[in-house]
Ligand binder design. Structure first.
Ligand code: ADP
Ligand code: MG
Length: 414
């Protein structure tokens, strides 16, 4: 089977992300490939793994309990994941079962396969998350689960699991927005990060520029008008024959290419200065490939990957820095799968330094889908008194930051 990009041995990850080696080194990654091709991973930072060994056992026996321990579940796309998170920031366990190899042969995620694999893996992931945290359900204060946005059949598996556990044990249930989870991944490794800050959310399905006004309070100031950034990466990668998932492959090819070789246009949206549009850029790349084909000329794939990546990175960097400055904040965070892109991380790092902005980014393994981030977001919902009831349902197109519409099936305290 072809080597895949996520959750590989440390050596493999360091080859993929050489410039962020330091970040990768703080992660201990256990990984095994199962007979069905699904990759099981356990991810812990060294700091959090020490914590889990020393005092996780005591955590709920204190007479005056000052810990909130959340079991989190995520199944919105092609990762089945469960994690135990304490006080929103400390990861006691983080289990990810990645189906990416199964979908690679089809060039994208097949929803039906994703749902079936979630059903097969979810109990194992939950059991393993509890066991690696050295806890039982009795120690858990709340169960947080992603209920949207995502693939409906995939979301339903996690939501049903969480509801069943909550019903059987009486543990409170919290519905978490997937993108709020991605944003909250920043809290895990940056214990000092507190709102307000600006967050650039760039994933396979979303490209949002968000002001995080407070925990769980989001103001979307910009979003894509068409393709998400990750989608553009995936489509361009497919067009030049790099395969799926495209983002990491473009990232890797771009390292050997000249980013100034081809000049691709980036769209400006007149009436919404923070919005993005990537479909024009994608079409420009496809046109370039077609024209070269018609002229019978070869083109350098690495140069094309680097030039495309630069066009995306430049527009993301420019919008994000301008937003932080214009809104008067001094912190920028990034989130979502594309946030693991080497070029984007370097560009934002430099631009933040030049503009006296503090830059926060999760380790690449916490940028893509995982349940630890859902536990982080769930903690702040829990602390605000948000609770879902058993009518919680999967909401595939759940909007971000719209609290009235998004809390389906909660017992409202407002
Ligand atoms: P979603 O939850 O919206 O499906 P994820 O947060 O799981 O998206 O991120 C997956 C997306 O991130 C895919 O489009 C993938 O190509 C992209 N991606 C992952 N790693 C990189 C990278 N290094 N560079 C660019 N894009 C990346
Ligand atoms: Mg995601």
């Amino acid at each position: 089977m072809e080597d895949i990009w996520l959750g590989y041995s440390r050596g493999r990850l360091n080859r993929i992300f050489p410039k962020v080696k330091k970040e990768i080194d703080v992660m201990i990654i256990d990984k095994k490939t199962e007979d069905d091709g699904v990759i099981m991973m356990s991810i812990k930072s060294e700091e959090d793994s020490n914590l889990s060994q020393t005092d996780s056992k005591d955590k709920n026996t204190d007479s005056e309990k000052d810990h909130v321990t959340i079991l989190a579940i995520e199944s919105s796309c092609d990762e089945t994941a469960a994690a135990v998170v304490r006080n929103g920031r400390e990861v006691l366990s983080n289990i990810i079962s990645s189906q990416i190899a199964l979908h690679t042969v089809y060039g994208g995620v097949v929803p039906e396969i994703a749902s079936r694999k979630h059903v097969e893996k979810i109990n194992y992931c939950v059991r393993e998350a509890l066991s690696q945290a050295d806890l039982t359900l009795e120690d858990i204060d709340a169960i947080a689960v992603t209920y949207g946005p995502g693939l409906v059949g995939a979301l339903l598996v996690g939501v049903s699991e969480a509801k069943a556990l909550s019903f059987a044990t009486g543990i409170p249930l919290i519905g978490v927005h997937h993108i709020e989870g991605h944003i909250s991944a920043n809290y895990i490794e940056n214990k000092d990060l507190e709102p307000p800050f600006v967050c650039l959310v760039v994933s396979g399905g979303h490209s949002h520029l968000v002001v995080v006004k407070d925990y769980g309070v989001y103001d979307i100031i910009g979003q894509t008008r068409d393709d998400a950034a990750g989608e553009a990466f995936d489509k361009v990668a497919r067009a030049i024959g790099l395969g799926y998932p495209g983002g990491p492959k473009i990232d890797k090819a771009a390292r050997d290419g000249d980013e100034n070789a081809i000049s691709f246009p980036t769209a400006k949206i007149a009436d919404a200065e923070y919005d993005f549009s990537f479909s024009g850029l994608k079409s420009a790349v496809l046109n370039y490939i077609n024209i070269k084909g018609m002229q019978g000329e070869e083109f350098n794939k690495n140069d094309l990957a680097a030039s495309f990546q630069k066009a995306v990175v430049d527009v993301l960097t420019e919008h994000a820095i301008r937003a932080v400055k214009q809104y008067g904040y001094d912190k920028l965070a990034i989130a979502g799968g594309v946030a693991s892109n080497t070029g984007l991380r370097q560009s934002l790092e430099k631009a933040c330094k030049d503009n006296n902005i503090r830059f926060y980014r999760p380790s690449p393994v916490l940028c893509t889908d995982n349940a630890a981030m859902i536990g982080a977001a769930g903690y702040y919902e829990y602390m605000k008194g948000e609770r879902a009831d058993l009518s919680l349902n999967a909401v595939p197109n759940l909007p971000l930051g719209d609290r009235e519409r998004r809390f389906h099936g909660r017992s409202s305290q407002k």
